[in-house]
Design a protein around this ligand. Structure first.
Ligand SMILES: O=P(O)(O)OC[C@@H](O)[C@@H](O)c1c[nH]c2ccccc12
Length: 237
């Protein structure tokens, strides 16, 4: 099992906290904070992994990834529109633990080639899907994270997200026998997060809600409370 998957499966709070400079609509999310500072804050608050958007659509840059991998021990996911194997070489050099592969934007053949290349250098393919057909076509699913994207990449994520998509697609995701089903995007509240984990997702990817939270620490703490087994709520995982 890869480092990235292991960290999610072993975490008390299985959240991948994402650092991205802007929303799909162009609204600033960093509020003057440096990526390394956010990384330290998320690590402190109990995030299992970090995600750094390096794609230009969301204002990302490769130097943000460098700053984050340099300053944290948590496994880091690189979110970009990876289409070439040379991008994987750069990712490996930067110490990245997982890379985004967007099923919608790749042919089945190139997705397979990229996933195999990533696995050969110890990087976990984080394959983002939005339909049953995309899920069925994920190569080597046991070794990949399969992430259901609740927003639409074709609309550059300008929609608010449909968490029911995650619920609808979970059986198809589990049928692949992936080690790590993840629900990504549009997760706003700790209650929504707890619900998705209770339905059977092993991990969640949260960007905007944490970047906008007055205290990311409080967001994590409320989720931890919802996940803690207590005699009254009986929701222990
Ligand atoms: O900010 P949100 O709604 O929590 O979403 C995070 C993440 O899933 C989203 O930023 C994303 C999904 N797919 C991507 C591809 C590239 C860059 C970013 C993304």
């Amino acid at each position: 099992m890869t480092r990235f998957v292991q960290a999610i499966l072993a975490a008390d709070i299985p959240v991948i906290a994402e650092i991205k400079p802007r929303t799909g609509d162009g609204d600033d999310l960093l509020a003057g904070r440096a990526p390394a500072e956010l990384a330290a804050m998320y690590a402190e608050a109990g995030a299992a992994c970090l995600s750094v958007v390096t794609g230009p659509w969301f204002g990302g840059r490769l130097d943000m990834l460098r700053a984050v991998t340099f300053h944290t021990d948590l496994p880091v996911l690189q979110k970009d529109f990876i289409t070439r194997e040379s991008q994987l070489v750069t990712a490996a050099e930067l110490g990245v633990a997982a890379v985004l592969m967007t099923a919608r934007l790749l042919t089945t053949g190139s997705l397979r080639r990229l996933a195999e290349r990533a696995l050969s250098v110890g990087i976990t393919p984080f394959v983002e899907v939005a339909t049953e057909a995309e899920i069925a076509a994920v190569p080597h699913p046991q070794h990949c994270v399969i992430a259901v994207n609740n927003k639409d990449i074709q609309q550059r994520e300008r929609n608010s997200g449909d968490l029911d998509r995650s619920t609808r697609l979970l059986p198809a995701v589990l049928a692949t026998e992936t080690a790590c089903p993840v629900s990504a995007s549009g997760i706003d509240t700790p209650a929504q997060a707890a619900h998705l984990l209770a339905t059977g997702y092993a991990g969640l990817l949260v960007g905007t809600a944490l970047l906008r939270a007055p205290s990311p620490r409080d967001w994590f703490d409320s989720l931890a409370q919802l996940l803690a087994p207590t005699p009254t709520n009986g929701m222990g995982r």
